[in-house]
Design a protein around this ligand. Structure first.
Ligand code: SAM
Length: 194
């Protein structure tokens, strides 16, 4: 994680109430700084407890603007602002069929699930088996059972449920892999993390 100072691991000490206050404060900060604009994305960030997607030794840092380590090789949960930054740019909305490459902690998938709602679809792929297991557990514990989680190379996408309205590549990637472009709807949008 170049350029970021990850705080030291520690015993978690914060209460649910403290996390809720931090989440509300974070949402105000995201709006003030122009990251959060749409109501659906704002409501999702307010609803999903980010702390539940973070390994215990880093849980108290859930709302700091730093990526935090996850089980697996080089896996991280991105900074809080990265999610509205991506989802606002994608125009992610109710009813969308959404594909994520890089499930990580499962937090981004949970947010997307809230945004697309019951008539939308969330498919997420993760290449690292340890990270995949961690995310699956987090999502189960948080009650998110209605999404498709796939262990494997996200560059191949998931043609079984294509086409997708929106695709988000959260793993570093210079060019969109051709299979993902093929699985994107005409007029759909894809966002890359370079
Ligand atoms: C920045 S993290 C994603 C953060 C995640 N969206 C979250 O909410 O926690 C990037 C993830 O992409 C995964 N990854 C890297 N290359 C991949 C690939 N080719 N296919 C699927 N996942 C990949 C990494 O293991 C890592 O978990």
């Amino acid at each position: 994680m170049h350029g970021w100072i990850v705080p030291p691991p520690k015993e978690p000490a914060k209460s649910r109430e403290e996390f809720k206050k931090e989440r509300e404060e974070k949402v105000r900060w995201l709006i003030r700084h122009g990251y959060l604009r749409s109501e659906r994305i704002r409501d999702a960030v307010l609803k999903v407890p980010r702390e539940d997607f973070i390994p215990l030794p880093y849980r108290d840092y859930a709302y700091l603007e730093v990526p935090l380590p996850l089980p697996g090789e080089n896996a991280t949960i991105s900074c809080p602002h990265s999610y509205p930054l991506f989802y606002e740019a994608l125009g992610l909305d109710e009813g969308h069929r959404f594909l994520e490459v890089g499930l990580g902690s499962g937090y981004g998938a949970a947010l997307a699930r809230e945004i697309v709602g019951p008539y939308g679809l969330v498919v997420s792929l993760e290449i690292d088996p340890l990270t995949f297991q961690f995310a699956r557990k987090n999502l189960e514990n948080a009650g998110y059972e209605d999404m498709i989680l796939v262990k494997g190379d996200g560059g191949l996408g998931y043609p079984e449920r294509s086409p997708y309205d929106r695709i988000c590549i959260t793993a570093a990637c210079l060019e969109p892999p051709p299979p993902l472009l093929e699985q994107l709807k005409t007029g759909g949008r894809l966002k890359l993390r370079r």
